[in-house]
Design a protein around this ligand. Structure first.
Ligand code: Q9C
Ligand code: ZN
Length: 386
């Protein structure tokens, strides 16, 4: 296996390494066949997203209503249709094996069965979201797979803010199909495609969920672009929160460059990753670049930082771009701290277009529900016009 395909190891348990050649589970022939070409935006909409609807998340010692709600994606879809921005399609189906370039087999096995296992603990659980409450932190073992489901929840998660529900697997799985479909469309000649999906993905690691994320859609898109033959793929993460999962998945790889602009993790979630001194490791040294900004930062500093991130992508020589499109940089976001305005998102889209790369947009965060549709579509429209 070429070194470039080796992924950074997850914590034991049969972390799958990506394979060269055609991705397992891809429809054959994949490259360019039956893919719509041309300019107008193609959106792959996750028709199962609302199957995932958490009730509560743990926050400061209380269970509070979820911020990550189905209306977020409904708003984006409505705005896309209102402005007639390109075509909306259901995703193409991929086999579960298509996920193994990014996620470990034992994590996927856990996630697929998690709801049934939760209800098996206690039939009354059918009415309650599943949340973890115990974790294998330093000195505890993460190589053992406990039979107890609560223990497995902790092993495969990073927080208690990401409720797992009856429909989480089906929704996340269809979202992965959206990301893979968008990547194949772009590999096949489309200028841009948009994976409109929830739950989001960028906090999910090779073998854990957290930060409302279960499967890492942006990582799946980047890996699919690689396996379609693009040699250097860049991921630009503009969600308010650092994409710890995406960074970790590619941290030791030189073929996928990860760069992120986000709230300083010293005060902002995910707290334990996303600092400026994280530059990659091993073969991946120099292929990771973080741009933490203080809570309260506005568009002027954010926009100047975007130019620096885009310069890094240009110097890397990316052949395609994956954008983790979070809209929680918006001033009105209830859980974030930057002050971008609705009009600024048009400028963001135009700046992304100037990178001149085939681009996969993947929907991430953004919790100001009434504004998230206009803000997301402003990025896409700015890109289309740019
Ligand atoms: N009660 C994304 O934007 N905790 N995830 C927030 C607020 C986690 C955000 C606490 C925030 C995760 C994809
Ligand atoms: Zn976010």
């Amino acid at each position: 296996m070429p070194r470039a395909f080796c992924t950074s190891g997850g914590s034991g348990g049969g972390r799958a390494s990506a394979h060269s050649g055609k991705m397992l589970g891809m429809p054959q022939p994949a490259l360019g066949a039956n893919q719509p070409k041309g300019f107008a935006m193609l959106t792959y909409y996750n028709h199962l997203h609302s199957d995932h609807e958490g009730k509560v998340e743990m926050f400061r010692g209380a269970l509070v209503p979820c911020f990550e709600v189905p209306a977020r994606v409904d708003r984006v879809l409505a705005e896309l249709k209102k402005r007639k921005l390109g075509t909306v399609l259901p995703p193409n189906p991929f086999d579960d094996s298509a996920l193994l370039g990014v996620h470990s087999q034992r994590y996927l096995d856990f996630l697929r069965d998690a709801w049934d296992d939760w209800v098996a603990l206690d039939p009354a659980n059918a009415k309650r979201d599943a949340l973890p409450s115990v974790w294998p932190v330093r000195t505890l073992r993460s190589d053992v797979l406990p039979a107890n489901f609560a223990a497995r929840m902790g092993l495969f998660s990073m927080d208690a803010g990401s409720p797992l529900t009856d429909g989480t697997w089906d929704a996340a799985r269809a979202g992965a199909d959206c990301a893979l479909s968008a990547a194949l469309a772009v590999a096949g000649g489309k200028r841009a495609a948009f994976a409109l999906t929830r739950p989001p993905g960028h906090h999910a690691g090779a073998d854990f969920f957290g930060g409302y994320c279960f499967l890492n859609n942006a990582a799946l898109a980047a890996q699919a672009l690689r396996e379609q033959g693009l040699e250097r793929v860049a991921i630009l993460d503009i969600d308010y929160h650092h994409g710890n999962g995406t960074q970790a998945i590619f941290y030791e790889r030189a073929d996928v460059y990860y760069t992120s602009i986000h709230g300083d993790p010293s005060t902002e979630f995910p707290f334990y990753l996303g600092y400026a001194d994280e530059l990659g490791a091993g073969a991946g040294l120099g292929f990771n670049r973080n741009w933490p900004l203080p809570r309260g930062s506005g568009f002027e500093v954010w926009h100047a930082t975007l130019q620096q991130a885009l310069q890094g992508i240009a110097e890397f020589g990316a052949q395609a771009l994956v954008v983790s499109l979070g809209l929680d940089t918006f001033v009105g976001d209830p859980i974030a701290g930057f002050t971008l305005q609705t009009r600024d998102f048009l400028q963001v889209g135009a700046d992304l277009a100037r990178a001149g790369l085939p681009t996969v947009f993947v929907f991430e965060g953004g919790y100001a529900v009434a504004d998230v549709g206009v803000n997301a579509v402003n990025v896409l429209e700015g890109f289309e016009r740019g």
